[in-house]
Design a binder for this molecule. Sequence first.
Ligand code: NAD
Length: 281
Amino acid sequence: MQKLIERAARDLLNSKYAVALTGAGISTESGIPDFRGPSGIWTKNPEAETKAYRSYETFLHDPKKWWEERLTGPNLLGDLAGAAPNAGHYALVELEKVGILKCVITQNIDGLHEKAGAAKLLEYHGSVLKLRCVHCTLRFRPGVFDLDKLMAEGKLPPRCPFCQGIVKTDTVAFGESIPQDVADMSLEEAWKCDLMLICGTSAVVYPFANLPRIVRQRKYENQWKTETGLSRAENQSSVTIIEVNAEPTPLTTEGISDYLITGKTGEILPQIVEVVKKLRK
Ligand code: NAD
C-alpha cells in the first residue's frame, strides 16, 4: 500500500495536467451514503432506484407537482445541507493549491468540494447548492427565489428572471441530459489531462464513466502511433490513470486504470498529499 501511495505521489509530481474524478465514495466519510457500495441506498433498497427514475418524468409533465413534492418530501440522501467536507475533499484542495491538480470533475451533488474550497470544479450531475434554468442553463443560489411563498401562492415552478424558462434544482435527475456546458468542459479536461485521479466511484454511471475511457483510448492511440512510427515517442505524452477506491471497479477489472489503491479516500488522499509535499522539498 505504502509503495502505491508513493507511486501515486511521484506520478502526480511528474504530471503536467492532473485532473480528479470523484464519486459518492469520497463523501461517505462525511456521512452521506453512496448508491452501490455495500451499505449503498440502491444496495439496501433496489425499489428506491426505480422510484428515482420516475421523478424526472413527473418534472416534465407536471413541474408544479414535482416542486411541491421536493419542498415537502424527504431527501433521498438525507440532510445534505448540514454535511461537511472530510479529509479526502481537503486533500484534493491541497493538491490544487500546490499547482498539481488542475480541475475536479465530480458526480456528487452534495456541494462538499465547493464547501472544501475547490477552485476549478465541474459538477457533472449538478449541485444541491444551486438551481438551474432548464432552458438557458443559468445557475442560481436557491435564496434567489422564495420557494415557500411561491408554493403558498400556487406559483410554482419558479421561472428564470432572464428567459422565463422553468427553473429546477441543478441536480441532474435520472433520465435528464447532462447540461451541455458542463459536459463540454469535462470532455475538454479529459482530452487535456495527462493524469486522472479517480476517487470513490463505481464508474458505472454514464456518460460520466466515459471520461476515464476516453483518457485510456488516448493512451492506446499514443502507443500505437509510436509503435507504427507515425509519431516519435518524445512527442507523445504519457497518460496515467490512478484509482483510489474501497473495492475494485470495472475500471480496475477492464484494465482502464493503471493501478488501484484500495482503501478510504479520506485516509489515502491525505497520505498521498503528505508524500507529494515531502518529495517537493
Ligand atoms: P456509487 O455508489 O456507484 O459507488 C461508490 C464507490 O465508492 C463504490 O465502489 C464504493 O465501494 C466506493 N466507496 C465508498 N466509500 C468509499 C470511501 N470512503 N473511500 C473510497 N471508496 C469508497 O457512486 P458513483 O459512482 O458516484 O455513482 C452514483 C451516482 O449517484 C453518481 O452519479 C452521483 O451523482 C449520485 N450520488 C451522489 C452522492 C453524493 O453527492 N454524495 C451520493 C450518492 C449518489
